[in-house]
Design a protein around this ligand. Structure first.
Ligand code: NAP
Length: 231
């Protein structure tokens, strides 16, 4: 949140933060979202997930006006992403697509493996790679023989939430490895889902943690806010 607010300041975008207490009720949160939906000088609404367990995340997301849904989590925007005709790109996957494009990597026909199937990262990531003609496999906690699947990937996107789980021996030599994971270790350091040390010599390209996918997520969010202001 701090980095998102800082990015807004740098770009001259007004940002308002509502730091609610953990005991906030569903009604209070829904009422705040409705107020922000109505505010004409607010173009984007972002609810930082996860919410405390007593709150119903789905109905909170559904309450956001889709035109202000700069995270692209509302079912209306998720559906548009599926079709490939979107107003808002999902921030983390879109940031990753930009990294791949910047490195001049052609996705067409490539074996793309996404580890993790969350609504926020894994599923929309798979969809964006598919739109760019990748051959996409999405894996999850029930996937058998993960090693064999990741080992075939030309482009491997990892979004699990488990520190250093993907090791160098699970990576095809020369593969593009995108590490979405952000895991806080006991010593407070940040670690990705990919074991950078063993992966870096095998991969052709690899994103570091921190400093890889995270800043791209924020950049896409800023783009979405600007887009929302024009809708
Ligand atoms: P999530 O909602 O917890 O989803 C994790 C996914 O990983 C699930 O689909 C789960 O499978 C799968 N998984 C768990 N264990 C697995 C295993 N052993 N083998 C294969 N798949 C396994 O997490 P998320 O929101 O996608 O986030 C993932 C990570 O990315 C987290 O570390 C998060 O902090 C980070 N993140 C970073 C950014 C950024 O901007 N850098 C943005 C978003 C998230 P099931 O579905 O079967 O449970």
């Amino acid at each position: 949140m701090r980095n998102k607010k800082r990015a807004c300041e740098e770009l001259g975008i007004l940002s308002e933060e509502y730091s609610l207490s953990a005991s906030t009720t569903q009604e209070e949160l829904m009422s705040l979202i409705e107020t922000l939906n109505q505010k004409e000088d607010i173009h984007g609404i972002l609810v930082q997930l996860p919410l405390p367990s007593h709150l119903d995340e789905e109905s909170v997301i559904n309450a956001i006006n889709p035109k202000k849904d700069v995270d692209a989590f509302h079912p209306f925007n998720v559906g548009k992403i599926m079709i490939g005709n979107y107003d808002f790109l999902p921030c983390t996957p879109a940031g990753i697509m930009e990294l791949i494009a910047e490195a001049n990597i052609d996705i067409t026909g490539k074996e793309c493996v996404v580890v993790g199937r969350s609504n926020i990262v894994g599923k929309p990531m798979g969809m964006l790679l598919l739109h760019q003609n990748g051959t996409v496999t999405i894996t999850h906690s029930k996937t058998r023989n993960l090693y064999e699947i990741t080992k075939k990937a030309d482009i491997l996107v990892v979004a699990i939430g488990r520190a250093n789980m993907i090791t160098g021996d699970m990576i095809k030599p020369g593969a593009v490895v995108i590490d979405v994971g952000m895991n806080r270790l006991a010593d407070k350091k940040l670690a990705g889902d990919v074991d950078f040390e063993s992966a870096k010599d095998v991969a052709g390209y690899i994103t570091p943690v921190p400093g890889g996918v995270g800043p791209m997520t924020i950049a896409t969010l800023m783009k979405n806010v600007v887009k929302a202001a024009t809708l």
